[in-house]
Ligand binder design. Structure first.
Ligand code: ADP
Ligand code: MG
Length: 236
């Protein structure tokens, strides 16, 4: 693994001001994501996982501290650099798939590939997630797991260096969730995309190279996973 992380947070703090009350979501977090790495982010609800992921992806800005991508400081970057980072280098997958209901699977993916620099063809991206036969289906004709796989195809079609997933199996039953994890594992292995997956389901973290546990806005533990399992072998 290279010495310099692809993406890193240094002393990241996030305070949300809610009227008179300050909600401290992150309290000085240091986090690294290396090229090709698959990291699981575990922690109880409210521990700051989504806040950290959003800041790493340039969707939110820290109150204090810095985020570096490929050695560049994103925190003090102008809006253009942050937009390029978000548009070209980062893919997002959320718990709810956010597909456009009136567009087919292929058209949902094409929305992203139309503005990307060197994208995968939508059909290739859909093949990657095992949905080759469902190009022309609308979201309402697909199961939750299939819709999530379209969302992964959409995120991957721009060939991002970083894939950030916030509870990607949170709305899915066990079997379906496992298939989605198999897809994320395959994308990480085949395309070498550095991937962070938030889950509060500890067994899911078994597929990661490294497991980072958050608690109260801090990293409580970060350890390599010596007994890495394939998603297909997981039981939870
Ligand atoms: P997790 O993803 O681990 O459940 P979050 O990062 O969503 O945790 O939230 C961490 C803390 O920050 C929680 O106390 C939450 O209520 C608060 N928080 C998150 N987003 C906001 C926001 N936009 N405004 C105010 N408070 C927020
Ligand atoms: Mg969350």
């Amino acid at each position: 693994m290279p010495d310099r992380p692809l993406l890193e947070a240094h002393g990241v703090t996030k305070v949300y001001r809610m009227g008179e009350i300050d909600v401290v979501a992150l309290r000085g977090v240091d986090f690294q994501l290396h090229d090709g790495e698959l990291v699981a982010l575990l922690g109880a609800s409210g521990s700051g996982k989504s806040t950290l992921l959003n800041i790493l992806g340039g969707l939110d800005v820290p109150t204090d501290g810095e985020v570096h991508y490929g050695g560049e400081d994103l925190t003090h970057a102008d809006d253009d650099l942050l937009t390029v980072y978000r548009r070209e280098h980062v893919g997002f997958v959320f718990q709810f798939y956010n597909l456009i209901p009136s567009l087919t699977a292929r058209e949902n993916v094409a929305l992203v590939t139309d503005i990307a620099v060197d994208p995968l063809e939508p059909d290739v991206a859909l093949d990657l997630v095992g949905l080759g036969a469902r190009f022309d289906h609308f979201p309402s004709q697909l199961s939750g797991g299939e819709q999530q796989r379209v969302a992964i195809a959409r995120a991957m079609a721009k060939r991002p260096q970083v894939l950030l997933c916030d509870e990607p199996t949170g709305a899915l039953d066990y079997q379906t969730g496992r298939v989605v994890l198999e897809v994320l594992e395959r994308v990480n292995a085949e395309l070498g995309t550095a991937t962070a997956i938030i889950t509060h389901n500890a067994p899911i973290a078994g597929i990661a190279h490294r497991i980072v546990t958050m608690s109260g806005g801090l990293i409580a533990r970060a350890e390599t996973n010596p007994r890495r399992q394939h998603a297909a072998e997981l039981a939870w």
